[in-house]
Ligand binder design. Structure first.
Ligand SMILES: [Zn+2]
Ligand SMILES: [Zn+2]
Length: 176
């Protein structure tokens, strides 16, 4: 199956024409590519999700407030069973086209008078992701010795393979 690159959602800042104090609310559809974390793939479902934007004009800068909520599914980072997360978050950006480069009033997500809503939304989601995506908070994971699922089959291995150093000591003792 061929995959197409997701479309980028942007806002053309030249078309906003906001007056000072005016607030505009917009709901935009953003297409999200899967996240790859710790070598595992987490798919957004649905791939296109709504982002709420509030745009206002303050003195000297346009203020963007984003709020979003999405859903990702993929393997549990401990046992590889199905896991899902629902990152939700909000963020704020300021942009003044006349601010010098690297100034905090110059948003990193604005290029050529367009706010890159897709890139910003992706970063907001990335910040909201838990350190570990798990099937359940107390997932016991896979057994490091035999690889079996410790949730389904809780067990310990009592017999351990003899450490080669102990084996050498054993040989030594036999020789004494
Ligand atoms: Zn798990
Ligand atoms: Zn085991």
């Amino acid at each position: 199956m061929q995959r197409y690159a997701p479309s980028m959602t942007t806002i053309d800042l030249r078309r906003l024409h906001l007056r000072q104090g005016e607030v505009r609310r917009e709901r935009l559809d953003v297409e999200l590519e899967p996240f790859v974390l710790g070598g595992q793939r987490y798919e957004p479902g649905p791939a296109v999700f709504p982002v709420e934007l509030e745009i206002s004009q303050a003195s000297g800068a346009t203020v963007f407030v984003m709020a979003l909520e999405t859903h990702l599914t993929g393997p549990c980072m401990r046992c590889l069973a199905f896991a899902e997360v629902e990152p939700r978050g909000s963020a704020r950006e300021f942009h003044d086209p006349d601010a010098p480069p690297a100034d905090e009033l110059r948003s990193d997500y604005v290029a050529a008078d367009h706010l890159d809503v897709s890139a910003w939304a992706r970063d907001v989601i990335a910040l909201e992701l838990p350190e570990q995506i798990l099937c359940r908070p107390d997932c016991a994971g896979l057994c490091p010795s035999c690889g079996k699922d410790l949730n389904a089959e809780p067990h310990e291995h009592v017999e351990r393979e003899l450490d080669p150093r102990w084996a050498a000591l054993g040989d030594l003792r036999d020789q004494l």
